[in-house]
Write a protein that binds this ligand. Structure first.
Ligand code: PAP
Length: 317
């Protein structure tokens, strides 16, 4: 079991352990989501110290629902004018992992440096988070910044997560069989779970504050990338007709996954993951190669129960 000691100033605010990672490390339920000790420390610190700006833009997601793709798209949309001058300054996406262009608040910004100085970053600052809406740092909820949330059908999300865990070691998750990962997903016992509450919180926030929270699905992005990008540019107040096609092409799975930087097994940032773990199939429906009929039935039952009355349903193909 990896040992972790919380700094003294947050020891009094720790919740009780709610589950265990496969190596025996405690997981904590904090503001409704499951966090490892490192993530909990980062969450509490960000909650206390992160000062959001009204111009900040957040990419929010449950892990493995399309974060990398959405990061590249939003980075491109925000920097579209500078990307025009390709000859003088090549597009940063050609040589930089999307995760190094938009940093994750809890996995990077607040976990590497307990109280980072991020005041010098020019606006609009771009960040990402895997937190549910209810567990976001308080200042982020009240400052008028914008959040683009992406979700994905739970079957493909589990499959993608399971393959991801096979590529590096993280608290023993790499040893879990697909069936064990499925169980943990259903129980909400994976980091940032439970999945359905995550989805429902952002869905609700997007209905109540459509100018602040945008709700997208991986499946609609696959079906009509151009249409979704146009909606995102309108939401962010950065409409551009003629650039949309270029952005879609630059951020496509084919383009990004074939770049040397994204094929690299190196870890170019302070993250613990190599760059290439974020690209696998990039398609809808790989669950068909992993799920048994019993698993489909069980997850469908949970899905129906959880989404009942929400007006939202997932697409699986
Ligand atoms: P994260 O939440 O850990 O950052 P995330 O990017 O959400 O990961 O998930 C990776 C998934 O997005 C992979 O799906 P798969 O395992 O089913 O293949 C990955 O292939 C897919 N992906 C990454 N980039 C793109 C892209 N440009 N277009 C479509 N899918 C992509």
């Amino acid at each position: 079991m990896a040992s972790f000691s919380f700094p003294k100033d947050i020891q009094s605010s720790l919740p009780l352990p709610a589950a265990k990672l496969p190596d025996g490390t405690n997981m904590f339920q904090w503001k409704g989501i499951m966090l490892s000790p490192q993530l909990l420390q980062a969450a509490i610190t960000a909650d206390k110290h992160f000062s959001a700006r009204s111009t900040d833009i957040f990419v929010a997601s449950y892990p493995k629902c399309g974060t990398t793709w959405l990061k590249s798209l939003i980075f491109s949309i925000i920097n579209q004018h500078s990307l025009n001058q390709e000859k003088e300054s090549p597009n940063p996406l050609l040589s930089t992992s999307p995760h190094d262009l938009i940093h994750n608040l809890e996995l990077e910004v607040y976990s590497m440096d307990p109280i980072p100085d991020i005041t010098g970053i020019p606006s609009p600052r771009l960040f990402s988070t895997h937190h549910s809406y209810g567990s976001l740092p308080e200042s982020l909820k009240h400052c008028g910044c914008q959040i683009v949330y992406i979700t994905r059908n739970p079957r493909d999300s589990i499959v993608s997560f399971w393959h991801f865990t096979k590529k590096f070691s993280y608290h023993g998750l790499e040893y879990l069989s697909f069936e064990e990962t499925f169980e943990r997903f259903c129980e909400g016992a994976l980091p940032f779970g439970p999945f359905f509450e995550h989805v429902l919180q952002y869905l609700k926030a997007s209905k109540e504050m459509p100018e602040k929270v945008m709700f997208l699905t991986y499946e609609e992005m696959i079906a009509d990338t151009k249409g979704v990008v146009k909606r995102v540019t309108a939401f962010l107040g950065r409409p551009v007709e003629e650039e949309v096609e270029k952005i879609v092409e630059m951020c496509s799975f084919e383009k990004l996954s074939n770049l040397e930087v994204n094929k690299s097994e190196e870890n170019t940032s302070k993250r613990r993951y190599p760059n290439n773990v974020f690209f696998r199939k990039g398609a809808v429906g790989d669950w068909m190669n992993h799920f048994t009929p019993e698993m489909i039935e069980r997850l469908d039952h949970i899905t129906q129960q959880k989404l009942q009355g929400s007006g939202f349903e997932f697409r699986f193909d």
